[in-house]
Design a binder for this molecule. Structure first.
Ligand SMILES: [Ca+2]
Ligand SMILES: [Ca+2]
Ligand SMILES: [Ca+2]
Ligand SMILES: [Ca+2]
Length: 730
């Protein structure tokens, strides 16, 4: 605490000393040269957008190791928790300094990018100089330029209004892009993206469009009045607007997402681009045209401007639990300042560690920039699954970068960018590129090692030009470019995850690349990528990858043997089940039951563990695939009690009408008789007269032939005789 107040005092004294040494501050190596130029030009009161990265960064290898055995969604939460906690531990002094400056209106905006142990803020030059001078934990402060939306978005044509395709048809006719990728064939199998949460990171979204409103994610962490929704009738729920960050995610009253460009809670603007990308992900056709690939997916909307907003939006959506997010905004080689490619790579590492898929546009620059720089960021970061034709293998990431085919011709559009991309030290051949490339991201060289293949991009293609989507105000408009293509892939990811939610980003990327329709040069090429996506083929493969799903597993004991019963809902590649038993903590194999290979029918299995001694046992199943992978069931406990004496229990129910159950125990195999007598001692009926094995036994008998009254039942076996009374009341 003492250190913090020292920092405050130092800071305040700097502010009071208006003539402090600017030259010394400017020469700080922690202020990136591009930012130094901006700061020199800025007036003393001007807010400059920057991000300050801290020296210490959490190792993503360590993060992966720590979370590798967690189920998918728990892994996502744990990755978020670890990175938040790490950043919170490192940023205390920096945040105290910036919060204090914010109190004095010297900082206008402050976001914690815990995903990369970075602080994103807008501040007057003095505050930035002070941060660079006084905080050893800061590695570097870089300029975060706000970039005009017209440069960020990736359509090729201006959108034109089009009338609805159908006139009350049910279902509404699908737009051409959906037909090309066979999305209707997947819907016919019952998969619409249900249960999947997607993020749309774009120019804003007219989220009360009738085709979108039912798909809009409601942040229940901000449902202050507890009525189960945060929007109603196309506006924010008045009962939830309280000016408080109820869910503690850093954003106040973020009911449906966040506008990271305007720094407010409504991502709706007059911009139409993000409304179009939203419609292709999940528009449900209410107003007459089916635009969305995954019409039952839910959607978080975030609005972007500069690069830092794209990273904050990625972090936000991962924090809120998305399965996939998409952006048709991209950062190009020729921007000023140039993109911070290493930071996009780091965010891709984060997204992959969290198990989230990211689809991104790749520009419409054709080959006008020149290979390897036609592909824009972050669509240029590596996919999570490396295609076999990518023989130069480096790191992996979360991203599927998308190229653009015309929906009418299925041919790549000339402006779809030419790959490959390169990950190498750009400063060797392009010394003006402003950022050094960390060695771990120099993994797909192209120019620096002549003849090297670089990174094949795009990863896949999808229909962009010739597609139709939702537009602001409730209607439809034409859409185009890799902007239009990319949300088709996002929608397909949502379909695939509604078929098989357990798939990892690596598996999703494999499914989408390997099922794409081959186009252009043989194999994965630098125009079409692995091919044009095919939703039905992706469905078939995702379905075949559904794991063996055990739906029940239980055990019953009759005192001598334990019978195990279990069922599966689906099986893929299932060789069978090894049955394992333990009565002292060590499991051992006691049998094997073959599986049914691959099936989507419910299968029932049974195994009897004979001649078990009295005691407490644990059982589990080791499910084994043909490829050698195994998975354990939960453990169930059974208590086996064996008769060490003869006994006869009171019947139940008693009194009864007309049937009752009598339990008894036989210590040794032998003749057992159980007879019913009336009050006068006259035998009424013989219930049992046979050889029986030792055990805990029971019999239920129906007395509907007898008249009401008191009876006696007597068990005789060996030397044992026991008599009890029962009452029949009709
Ligand atoms: Ca509410
Ligand atoms: Ca919040
Ligand atoms: Ca609130
Ligand atoms: Ca090809």
């Amino acid at each position: 605490m003492k250190k913090k107040s020292t920092v405050f005092l130092l800071f305040i004294s700097l502010i009071l000393l208006s003539q402090f040494n600017l030259f010394a501050q400017q020469s700080s190596p922690k202020i990136h040269p591009t930012l130094q130029v901006v700061l020199i030009d800025a007036s003393a009161n001007e807010m400059v957008d920057v991000y300050a990265k801290l020296n210490e960064q959490y190792s993503f290898d360590e993060l992966k190791q720590q979370t590798q055995y967690l189920p998918k969604k728990e892994k996502q939460k744990e990755v978020v928790r670890i990175l938040k906690e790490f950043a919170a531990g490192k940023q205390q002094a920096v945040l105290a300094y910036l919060e204090d400056a914010k109190q004095q209106n010297l900082v206008s905006r402050l976001d914690i990018l815990w995903a990369a142990n970075t602080v994103v803020f807008s501040a007057v030059p003095q505050v930035i100089y002070g941060l660079a001078a006084d905080f050893d934990e800061i590695a570097e402060i870089r300029y975060s330029a706000t970039i005009d939306e017209s440069l960020l978005i990736d359509p090729t044509e201006e959108s034109q209004t089009v009338p609805p395709a159908g006139n009350g048809d049910n279902p509404p006719p699908p737009q051409p892009g959906l037909v090309l990728i066979n999305a209707p064939a997947v819907w016919a199998e019952g998969y619409y993206g249900q249960g999947v949460l997607a993020g749309n990171h774009d120019s804003g979204c007219d989220w009360d469009h009738p085709d979108l409103i039912n798909n809009i994610w409601n942040n229940l962490g901000e449902d202050f009045d507890g009525d189960g929704h945060t929007i109603e009738g196309g506006v924010f729920d008045p009962g939830d607007i309280n000016g408080i960050d109820d869910d503690g995610n850093g954003y106040i009253d973020d009911f449906i997402g966040w506008d990271f460009a305007g720094n407010d809670n409504d991502p709706n603007t007059s911009a139409t681009h993000g409304t179009a990308t939203a419609g292709i992900i999940c528009g449900d056709g209410t107003n007459g045209t089916q635009t969305g690939v995954a019409p039952q997916a839910k959607l978080i909307n975030c609005r972007l401007s500069g690069e830092a907003t794209s990273w904050l939006a990625s972090q936000y959506s991962v924090d809120m639990g998305v399965d996939v997010f998409t952006s048709s905004h991209s950062y190009k080689w020729y921007f000023n300042p140039q993109p911070d490619y290493p930071m996009h790579r780091q965010m891709g590492d984060f997204e992959l560690a969290a198990g989230v898929v990211h689809t991104n546009s790749t520009s419409n620059d054709g080959n006008s920039v020149g290979i390897p720089f036609n592909i824009s960021a972050p669509g240029n970061t590596p996919p999570s699954w490396i295609h076999p034709d990518q023989t130069l293998v480096g790191g992996v990431s979360s991203v599927i970068g998308v190229g653009n085919v015309h929906a009418a011709t299925d041919v790549i559009v000339s402006s779809s960018p030419w790959g490959p991309w390169a990950w190498e030290d750009f400063q060797i051949l392009h010394p003006s590129y402003p950022y050094p490339m960390p060695i771990q991201y120099q993994d797909y060289p192209y120019e620096t090692i002549p003849g090297s293949m670089g990174l094949i991009k795009p990863d896949v293609s999808a229909p962009g030009n010739g597609t139709v989507s939702t537009t602001n105000g409730g209607g439809y408009s034409s859409f185009s470019g890799t902007s239009g293509a990319t949300p088709h892939v996002c929608g397909l990811v949502a379909l695939v995850l509604s078929i098989n939610p357990a798939l990892t980003p690596e598996q999703v990327s494999m499914v989408i690349q390997t099922t794409a329709v081959e186009k252009g040069a043989a194999g994965k090429d630098n125009r079409y990528g692995a091919g044009r996506i095919d939703a039905y083929e992706a469905y078939l493969l995702a379905f075949a990858m559904i794991p063996v799903e055990l739906t029940s597993f239980n055990a019953i004991s009759d005192g001598e043997a334990v019978t195990l019963n279990w069922q599966t809902a689906t099986e893929t590649n299932n060789q069978g089940f090894e049955i394992q038993r333990s009565n002292d903590g060590e499991f051992e194999k006691i049998g094997f039951v073959p599986g049914h290979g691959t099936t989507t029918e419910i299968q029932s299995y049974s195994f009897i563990d004979e001649n078990v001694l009295a005691g407490e046992y644990s059982y589990r199943l080791k499910q084994m695939d043909y490829d050698g992978t195994t998975e354990y069931s939960n453990v169930i406990e059974v208590e086996v009690t064996q008769p060490n004496e003869y006994s006869l229990s009171q019947n139940y129910p008693n009194p009864f009408n007309p049937s009752t159950t009598i339990e008894y125990s036989i210590q040794k195999d032998g003749l057992v008789t159980l007879k019913l007598y009336d009050v006068l001692g006259k035998e009424v009926v013989t219930l049992i007269n046979e050889l029986q094995s030792a055990g805990n036994l029971n019999i239920t008998f129906d007395a509907s032939e007898l008249s009401s009254g008191v009876y006696y039942y007597q068990l005789v076996s060996g030397e044992f005789t026991s008599t009890k009374k029962l009452i029949l009341m009709k």
